[in-house]
Every structure is written in C-alpha cells, then in structure tokens.
Design a protein around this ligand. Structure first.
Ligand SMILES: [Zn+2]
Length: 84
C-alpha cells in the first residue's frame, strides 16, 4: 500500500475591496441573502466557500459561490450555491 502525498491547509487572506473568493473558515462572504442552516437544534458551523472563478474544473455556473457548513454534533453537512 502506497503512502498518501502530504497535504497542508493554507488560510487565504482576502484584501479589502476584493470580491469574495474561495476560503476555509472565517465568516461567509455572501453574494445573496445570508443563510443560517441548523442541525441538531443548533446553527451549523461555516466550513468554507468555493468560488467558481477559482476552481474552473468544478463546472459551477459563472459568478457562483458554494457555501459549506457542518454540524459538530452529528457531522452532517449542508451546502448552498449562490449566484450573482
Ligand atoms: Zn446535526
């Protein structure tokens, strides 16, 4: 059995005035209405967002962002796609 390649998570920093982009953690950069998914009776934790312009291979609509949340109790995830 081979070994998996080493991977690291590197936080992205978004300069002030630059449109939302792909990132992990922090706060969502909404392009439409704020969305607050709940699970197990509590608000889910924001995991990250994926900007369609950053990951062209994802075949997302133009100017779209996918927001991903997870529940720290049951580990369910929820996602929402917003377009501007
Ligand atoms: Zn849950």
């Amino acid at each position: 059995m081979g070994t998996l390649p080493e991977t690291r998570l590197v936080p992205l920093t978004i300069p002030v005035g630059v449109p939302p982009a792909t990132k992990l953690g922090g706060d969502p950069e909404w392009i439409q209405l704020e969305w607050k998914p709940e699970c197990c009776g509590e608000r889910m934790t924001f995991l990250g967002q994926i900007d369609s312009l950053d990951i062209l291979e994802a075949h997302l609509p133009d100017s779209a962002i996918v927001y991903v949340f997870f529940c720290s109790k049951c580990f369910e995830t929820e996602s929402q796609l917003q377009c501007c």
